[in-house]
Design a protein. Sequence first.
Length: 362
Amino acid sequence: MIDINTIIVITLLASFLAILIAIVVFMGYLRKILSIASYMSPNATLFALGNKYVEKEYLIKLLDMTSVNEVISEIKKEGYAIDDESHADLIIDKTTFEMVSNAVELMPEGARQFGEAYLLKYDAAIVKRILRAKYYGVPKSKIYDEVHEGKIITKMIIDHMVEASSVEDAISALDATPFSEVIKVWGERNSLLDVELALDRIAIKNIESTKDNVEEFSREPVEIFYHTLVDIYNLKAVVRAKTADMDVGPYLIEGGYEIDAWKLKSMSEARTLDEALSSLEGTSYAFLREISDPFTIELELDRYLLRRAMDIGLTYATSAGPMLMYLVSKEYEARNLKTIIKGMSSKIPRDNIRELLVGDVP
């Protein structure tokens, strides 16, 4: 028979164990509550800022305006301070970069690191813009009018690239940046398309390196978004490569959300674009098989990414979702504004402009 002392000891141990379990459970809830709390203020700000010009109501409003000046006057209210129509693209790009940078600064540390890595996509775009201009012999003064500083592409690097005597010399200015490997790509292939794919791949891989830094209760939306981003990048790379009849293998990234390694290999080895797209059966991208125009395929991929980001933003509204939604929608808002202004300036019919927009297209 168990004596009274043993009973007391067992009771105390059981009580201690119950308290310990309660503390562990409570700490788990506490960490989750603290994680949610850290996102409350940033997410409220991002929802308040919004991105009007991927929404049907506001796109219709701009398309119904009678002049470019009317459009410019309207978007000034959202912070796009354009004073000269000829510099509209530059101001929109620069303002967007500043807005996104400011938004990223609001986020908790782990998410902020991910957002900062995402900003490298803007640097890649700046580099591509300069290299295309150098390749096609655009005057230096015109190039300066179309680029702005990024996160790591400083004025000094821009000056070196713009003043370079050749594309090769311009690329050499990237030696001390995360894009340095494109120097080798150009040397081996002498192809601007190869360099552009390599730049995009570097930017995506840079994002991958930070996603595990996001706090665990907020990591799921980041993981979903990143792997979807990989799918979109790979599909665009395949489309461009098949259109240009080039080897896309070196630029693909494994780890997509729906397109796994074997399917990616099959697409890269396909003889034609149609054959590559046939591998998409059973995925969310199967609808692309019905599209033959490469430009339209990329446009539909952009629209898909925006819809996915919107879904993630609303589904994971108490964690990193709104940040991801803001990052993507801001990028496409800028593109829509540039498309509308350029289209109206060129007297392109409104219906044709509408077909180029990304978002809740009217």
